[in-house]
Design a binder for this molecule. Structure first.
Ligand code: DGL
Length: 275
């Protein structure tokens, strides 16, 4: 095992750019940490792929990041967290933080009436990742889940205040509105981009939760606990690797990250698959 140093980067991966919303929360809390991000933009979406494929891609992403000497791996994708966390923890010697546990804990902290809604990709919802985790922590609450696959391309297209997005949101969220939920988990790292329209449709009394913030707190606790917090007083270096640079990538990615991407590199798929 490599000796871990405070200055080693934190590694993040996602199927594409959604995980940048998680990086955003981490940068806000831990601005001095060095960061390496991998977005599998050539093979996005993961949300409608088989579990076997998502596990394979996740292990490839993790191996790529391990070669960058990361001190901690953050699976900044709910789909990959839902299906590949166990495998990643089995193969990696560094700690792996997923999205499901932080988001579930936060939902339980927020709910008052015990009715929690969860929206995510087809894979996250079909695997019941959140309902299993939430019920494990508190069997008394009720969890209502709904897949909203069209939200991913709408977020990427930047249709944040678009009528079509609102119409689709009304259709998707209809069932959850009837369940009298008071908390809604945005269980896909793309969805925080659409939080205004989701909030408008589901109603202002429903608390929206996403995993970025609680995950950032868990990362902070972990680093402090192990003496691995980067104590430099300079802003961390942030490197972004993607398997494809699609049209308008910078514009879209900046919307997710909230800041400019300076160091962007393309990774060939061969580099991921030939190990
Ligand atoms: N970012 C992914 C997630 O959080 C959604 C996009 C995809 O389907 O790959 O689940």
């Amino acid at each position: 095992m490599n000796f871990m140093n405070r200055t080693n980067p934190i590694g993040f991966f996602d199927s594409g750019i959604g995980g940048l919303t998680v990086v955003k929360s981490v940068i806000e809390l831990l601005p001095n940490e060095n960061i390496v991000y991998f977005g599998d933009t050539a093979r996005v979406p993961y949300g409608n792929k088989s579990n076997e494929t998502v596990i394979e891609y996740s292990l490839q992403a993790a191996n790529f990041l391990l070669r960058k000497n990361i001190k901690l791996l953050v699976v900044a994708c709910n789909t990959a967290s839902s299906v590949a966390l166990k495998e990643l923890r089995r193969f990696l010697t560094i700690p792996v933080i997923g999205m499901i546990e932080p988001g579930s804990k936060m939902a339980l902290q927020e709910t008052k009436n015990g009715n929690i809604g969860v929206i995510g990709t087809i894979s996250t919802i079909n695997n019941k990742a959140y309902s299993n985790q939430i019920k494990k922590l508190n069997p008394k609450v009720k969890v209502f889940e709904k897949a909203c696959p069209l939200f991913v391309p709408l977020a990427e297209e930047g249709w944040i205040n678009h009528k079509a997005t609102e119409l689709i949101a009304r259709e998707y969220l209809k069932e959850l509105k009837e369940k009298k939920i008071d908390t809604l988990v945005l269980a896909c790292t793309h969805y925080p981009i659409l939080s205004d329209v989701i909030q408008k449709v589901i109603g202002k009394n429903v608390k929206l939760v996403h995993s970025g913030e609680p995950a950032a707190k868990i990362i902070e606790e972990y680093l402090n606990g192990r003496g691995l917090r980067n104590t430099s007083n300079q802003l961390g270096k942030r490197e972004f690797y993607v398997s494809d640079v699609p049209n308008k990538f910078n514009e879209i990615a900046e919307r997710f990250l909230g800041t400019k991407i300076k160091h962007l590199y393309k990774v060939e798929l061969d580099e991921l698959t030939n190990d």
